[in-house]
Design a protein around this ligand. Structure first.
Ligand code: ZN
Length: 241
């Protein structure tokens, strides 16, 4: 059994194409998407088209819901707000329908996996999972073997053993003696862990891996400049912050 999980594309077409190419090269057919198709980047429509064509199921992120007006943009910082306003102005009716159709959570029996953008505890509160305490609480909030989240753009693999002990991994982990797994799939389009390469998660039989893929950052930045998107959003892509 192999499948890929991608998250936080944020309208970054160059990064999305590079990640999909890497997934297809590995012969992986099943792709799940954890939300934030749009916001920040310059190519919302093209990204939505590719996600629709390549992903089995998709759950909504907070930026997706802001573009559809399901939540207010007041909750976002100034740069994110500007990008959401820009995205709304460049959204097709079809693209908007896709964003509106995304549920908050999904689960797959075959993979024994649960999918949510922010947290399984309260999916629509858009909380971040940063501390060990956050993980302890959220490990109790799903029944499946693995829960995948995105949202913070900082990938990790956490495993909880029957003793309730939690172990964290930065690159990969073997699916074995642990009871449950909570995985942050990282961000395709705007990594924030100091590594500017696009990130996605690959499950290959009994291994969970956080995969990094180079893409043409300067091409995306050039398009963002042309679109008049905020300079801080452009610069952070080179640093992965
Ligand atoms: Zn995001």
């Amino acid at each position: 059994m192999s499948y890929a999980v991608i998250s936080d594309v944020h309208s970054n077409l160059d990064a999305l194409k590079a990640v999909l190419r890497d997934i297809h090269t590995k012969g992986v057919k099943k792709i799940f998407f954890l939300g934030d198709a749009v916001g920040y980047g310059p190519d919302p429509g093209e990204c939505i088209d590719l996600l629709r064509g390549n992903c089995l199921n998709a759950v909504a992120g907070n930026h997706d819901w802001a573009v559809t007006d399901y939540i207010s943009i007041e909750y976002f910082n100034e740069n994110a707000k500007k990008a959401i306003v820009w995205t709304k102005a460049h959204m097709t009716a079809e693209g908007l329908e896709y964003l509106k159709s995304m549920p908050l959570t999904a689960s797959s029996k075959e993979e024994d996996a649960f999918f949510v953008h922010a947290s399984p505890e309260t999916p629509d509160a858009w909380n971040y999972l940063f501390t060990l305490n956050d993980l302890e609480i959220n490990f109790r909030c799903f029944e499946e073997k693995i829960c995948f989240v995105g949202h913070s753009h900082a990938p990790f693999i956490a495993e909880r053993f029957p003793s309730r002990e939690i172990e964290l991994h930065k690159e990969s982990a073997k699916i074995g003696s642990a009871e449950k797994y909570l995985v942050n799939a990282g961000s395709v389009g705007q990594p924030r862990d100091g590594d500017p390469r696009a990130c996605y998660t690959l499950i290959d039989n009994d291994r969970i891996g956080l995969i990094r893929v180079e893409y043409d950052v300067s091409s995306t930045q050039e398009k963002m400049r042309g679109a008049g998107l905020p300079v801080q959003l452009i610069e952070r892509l080179s640093k992965g912050t």
